[in-house]
Design a protein around this ligand. Structure first.
Ligand SMILES: C[S@@+](CC[C@H](N)C(=O)[O-])C[C@H]1O[C@@H](n2cnc3c(N)ncnc32)[C@H](O)[C@@H]1O
Length: 435
C-alpha cells in the first residue's frame, strides 16, 4: 500500500459500519462525556482525578440505552479508577472488574466499598492524629534515586513520616480512606506532575515557608478528606463490585459463560502510554510496588499498548489482513521514533482480540459490549483502532451495531499537518457490539 492509498483504505473500512458522528462540530475534550472531566460533578467519582477514565455520565447513558436493571450484570475488564463499577453500584447493578495496576484497583476498591458512619468517624479521628505527627522523625530514604528527587528534602521526610504513620495503623476501612486521601495528594506536594506519558518537573513547585511542609501536605489531605466525608451517604448500599486485580485476559477463569449482560470499557489506547510510569509516585509511595521487578511485572500483565517493555510472545496466530498486510508494511517504511511501534501495534490488537473472545463467551445471547477507544497516528499513518476492533469483534461472532464518534482528537502539530486530510478518522469513538 502507498501513502496515497490511505484515504480510500480508511473510507472503505468506514463504509462497512454505521458510523454516527452527529455532534462532531462542537465536540472537544472538555465537553464529551467519554472523558473524565465530568466526574468532578459526581459523589465518590470526584475522589481521584483519573485522567484516563471516562465519566459516570457516559456510563449512565450506556446503561440506559441498554435498559439495564438490578438483575443485569456488568463487567469492566479494564476498570481503571472504577467509573463503570461505581456507577453500577450507585444504580444497584451487580458488576465485575479487572485491573492490572494495583493503585488503580485500590482507587476502585475504595470508591466502591460500603461504609458505615463509624468508618467515617474513625477516618476523621485518624486524620486528627495525622496532623500531630512528628514531621522530622528520621526515616530510611527510598533506595531509588528518582524517588528521592520527586519531593524537596523537607517534603520527602514529611511524606515518609505520613507513610509510616498510615502503614502502622491496624487494618480497617478508616485506614484505607486515609491512605487513599493521602495518595490523592502526592502529586500536588511533589516537584513533578503527570504529563503525557509520565512525570515532568513542575514549572511552579509547591511553595511553603521552611519548616511548614507538614502543614502544606496536611492541608491538602484534609481538603480531600472533607470532600470524601461530604460524599458519605448511608443510602449508598448498592452491590459491592467483584474486583480482580489481574489481567482482563483472565476473564474466562473468573466469569461464567453466558452470564454478563454488558461489558463496558475503555482499554489502554495504542498510544504508547505506560500507566506504570504515569502512576509511578502513587505506586511506590503507596507501597503497591517495592522494586523495578514488581513494576515490570505489572507491565508484562498489561495490554501491549506501549514500547517500554519486551513481552514474551503471546497469541502468535493473530492476523488481521488490513493491519498486518496493509497498514503495518506501510508503517515500517516510515521514519518512526522507535522501530518497535509496528510490533507493539500487532501485540495490541492480538491482546484485544483475546479479551474480546473471552467477553463474547461470557456475554448472554443478545448481550452488549461497548468499547470507548481513541485512534492514534504514527508518522502520518492513522491506526483506526475503532474500525479494527469492530472487524475483530465481527470475526469473533459479534454484530457491529454502531461506531459512535465522540470527538476528533488533537495530535502534536507535526502529526496534525501530516494527517489533516484524514482528520475525520483521528477520533475517539464508542464501538458498540452485540452478541
Ligand atoms: C483507559 S483506562 C480505563 C479507565 C476507566 N474506564 C475509568 O473510567 O477509570 C485503562 C486501564 O486498563 C488497565 N489495563 C491495562 N492492561 C490491562 C489488562 N491486561 N487487564 C486489565 N487492566 C488493564 C490500565 O492499568 C488502565 O487503568
Amino acid at each position: 500500500m502507498l501513502f496515497t492509498d490511505l484515504p480510500a483504505f480508511y473510507a472503505r473500512l468506514d463504509s462497512r459500519y454505521l458510523v454516527t458522528n452527529n455532534q462532531l462540530q462542537s465536540a472537544t475534550y472538555t465537553n464529551v462525556d467519554c472523558n473524565f472531566v465530568f466526574s468532578a460533578e459526581f459523589a465518590r467519582h470526584r475522589w481521584f482525578n483519573y485522567k484516563e477514565g471516562f465519566s459516570p455520565r457516559l456510563v449512565s447513558r450506556i446503561f440506559d440505552g441498554y435498559q439495564l436493571t438490578a438483575s443485569s450484570v456488568v463487567c469492566d475488564p479494564f476498570c481503571g479508577a472504577g467509573t463503570t463499577l461505581a456507577t453500577a453500584k450507585a444504580r444497584g447493578i451487580p458488576s465485575i472488574g479487572f485491573e492490572v495496576n494495583p493503585f488503580a484497583a485500590f482507587i476502585t476498591q475504595v470508591k466502591t466499598a460500603d461504609y458505615t458512619e463509624e468508618d467515617f468517624q474513625q477516618f476523621q479521628s485518624l486524620l486528627e492524629r495525622l496532623g500531630k505527627i512528628d514531621p522530622a522523625a528520621p526515616q530510611k530514604l527510598p533506595d531509588n534515586a528518582y524517588l528521592c528527587r520527586v519531593f524537596d528534602q523537607e517534603m520527602l521526610l514529611v511524606q515518609l513520616n505520613i507513610q509510616d504513620f498510615i502503614h502502622k495503623l491496624p487494618d480497617c476501612k478508616a485506614k484505607q480512606l486515609l491512605r487513599f486521601a493521602w495518595l490523592c495528594t502526592l502529586e500536588s506536594c511533589s516537584l513533578y506532575r503527570k504529563a503525557g506519558n509520565g512525570l515532568k518537573k513542575k514549572n511552579k513547585p509547591p511553595a511553603y515557608p521552611s519548616g511548614k511542609a507538614l502543614e502544606l501536605a496536611y492541608a491538602k489531605i484534609r481538603e480531600k478528606a472533607e470532600a470524601m466525608i461530604e460524599d458519605y451517604s448511608p443510602q449508598d448500599t448498592g452491590p459491592v463490585p467483584k474486583l480482580f486485580e489481574e489481567s482482563a485476559a483472565q476473564l474466562s477463569k473468573r466469569v461464567d459463560r453466558n452470564s454478563l449482560d454488558l461489558a463496558l470499557f475503555s482499554p489502554p489506547y495504542a498510544n504508547c502510554f505506560d500507566y506504570t510510569k504515569i502512576y509511578y509516585l502513587e505506586l511506590w509511595f503507596g507501597g503497591f510496588i517495592h522494586s523495578s521487578a514488581e513494576q515490570k511485572s505489572i507491565r508484562m500483565n498489561s495490554v501491549r499498548s506501549h514500547c517500554h517493555a519486551t513481552w514474551p510472545e503471546r497469541y502468535t496466530s493473530f492476523h488481521l489482513p488490513e493491519l498486518n498486510d496493509q497498514l503495518l508494511p506501510l508503517l515500517k517504511e516510515q521514519k518512526l521514533w522507535t522501530n518497535r511501534i509496528p510490533e507493539m501495534l500487532n501485540g495490541y490488537f492480538a491482546d484485544m482480540e483475546e479479551v474480546l473472545r473471552q467477553i463474547h463467551a461470557a456475554l448472554v445471547s443478545g448481550g452488549h459490549c461497548a468499547i470507548v477507544v481513541s485512534n492514534s497516528a504514527y508518522a502520518g499513518v492513522i491506526i483506526p483502532t475503532d474500525l479494527f476492533l469492530a472487524m475483530i469483534g465481527e470475526r469473533l461472532g459479534f454484530e457491529v451495531e454502531e461506531i459512535e464518534v465522540q470527538r476528533l482528537i488533537i495530535t502534536s502539530s507535526q502529526q496534525y499537518k501530516k494527517t489533516e486530510h484524514l482528520r475525520k478518522y483521528l477520533r475517539e469513538s464508542i464501538v458498540k457490539l452485540k452478541k
